[in-house]
Design a binder for this molecule. Sequence first.
Ligand code: GBH
Length: 470
Amino acid sequence: MLPAAPGRAQSDAQGGARERPAPSGFPNGFLWGTATSAYQIEGAINEDGRGPSIWDRFSHTPGAIADGSNGDTATDHYRLYKEDIQLMKELGTKAYRFSIAWPRVFPDGTGAPNPKGLDFYKRLIDELSANGIEPFATLYHWDLPQAMQERVGGWTSRETPKAFADYAAYVAQQLGDRVQYFFTINECSRLVHLGHGLGGDAPGLKLPPSGLNQVRHHVALAHGLAVQAIRALGRSGTKVGPAENVVSCIPAIETPANIRAAEIATRELNAGYMTVMMEGKYTDAYLEKAGNDAPKFTPEDLRIISSPVDFVGLNVYTPDHYVVAADNARGFTLAPFPASFPHMKADWLRPGPEAIYWVPRHVAKLWNVKSIYITENGTSGSDKAAADGTIYDVDRIMYLRNYLTQLRRATSEGVPVAGYFLWSLMDNFEWSDGYEQRFGIYHVDFETKRRTPKLSASFYRETIARNAVV
Ligand code: GBH
C-alpha cells in the first residue's frame, strides 16, 4: 500500500482544502493519468498466439541493448495487470494510457486476426472501467509485426500504412464499445530517426536521406489512414489524435520577437510530422532542403495525412532548442547547449520545465488546436533504496514539481490542456537502454516482479488529490 505522505494536512485528506480554489490549482476536471506501452511492460511474448515484433528481433540482436536485456518478460504486466490497476487506483488516477500490440491482434501483420490476443485488452479495459479509470489506447508504440518487416520491408513500404489502417479499423470495431479515446502512433519522429536513420531502435536500419524521407512520409500517411479508419468504424463519440514528441522550441528570453521565432522554428523543425498532419502540406523549406531526396507523395496522401483530429497528444520531456530571433533567412537561431547545461540520469534528458508550457502553447496557437493531452512526461533516476528501504527519488519529484508548475502556467493562461499522463506508472524496458533507465514512480524488482512505490508516487497522489502543484 502507498503510505500517506508525512505531514499531510487533515483538512486536505478530508477534502476540505480542496473546495477552495488553490492558488496553484488545475482546471476542474483536469484528467490525471499514467502511461505505459505494450512491449515495455507486458512480457508474455509467446502467449495466446502473439506474433513476433521487430522489437523482439532487435532486442535479441547482440549489442543492440545496453545491458543485453530484452522485453521477453519485462514487468510481466500481461499476468499482473489487475495488480497494476490497483497501483493506478492508489494514486487516484482517473485515466490510463497504454498501447495495443499489433502483433497480438494480427500475428502476421495482416490477414487473420487473433481474437485471443485482443481478449487481453478487453480484460484490461474491463478491469480499468471497474476501477473508474478511463482507457486511452495507443495503436502503435513501435512494435511492428516482424512479418511486415520481412514481407514488405516495414515502414519503407506503402503496404505498411495500409495494413496499419486495417488493424486500426479492426481494433475500432472490436474495442469501440469500450474505448472512447485512441492515439494513432507514438512519437513518429523517434521511430523514423532512431529506427531507420541512426539504427539505434528497431528495426535498426540506417537508410540514406531519400529512404528516410520516404519512411517519414509513410508513417505520417499511416497516422492519417488510421484517423480515417477509426472515424469510419468507431462508435459515435470516439475521439482520435496523434501522440507526438514535437521538437520543442523555447524562446531563450521571452520577448515577442523570440516567441515568434520559436513558433516559426516549431513549424519548420516538425515539418515532416506535426506540421504536415495539421496543415496538409510539407513546408517549402522542408522540400527545398530535401531536394532530390524529397519523399514521393500525391495530393491525396496529404489530404489523408491531415485528416482532422479531435485532440493532439504531446510527449514532453526536455527542451530541444532554445531559440533566439535572428535576421537570417529562417528567422531564428538555435542556441547551442553549453556543456554545463544540467541533465537528469539520462544524458538526453535536460530539465527545462518551461518546455511543457511552450510546446502546448505553440501547438494551440500555430494550428488552432482546441484540445491537448500531455501524453508523456517524466524522468529516469538512479532510484536507490535508503537504509529504511524507501526510494527517496527527490530528483524526480523536483523534476515533476517544476514541470507541473509550468503546465499549470499554461492552463491558467487558457492553453487547452485537458489532461496529463505521467511516464511511467512503473519501471519498464527502456528500449535500447534496457532496464538501466528507470522511469517509474513504482519501482519494479525485475527478478521478483515486485512493485514498490517510490516517494514520487506519494507526490503524485498528493498532486492529484489537491488538483494542484504540491
Ligand atoms: C518516450 O520517448 C517514449 O515514448 C517512451 O516509450 C520512453 O520510454 C520514454 O520516452 C522515456 O525515454 O538518441 O540517446 O540522444 C522520449 C523521447 C526522444 C527520448 C529521442 C530519447 C533520443 C535519445 N525520446 N531521444 S539519444
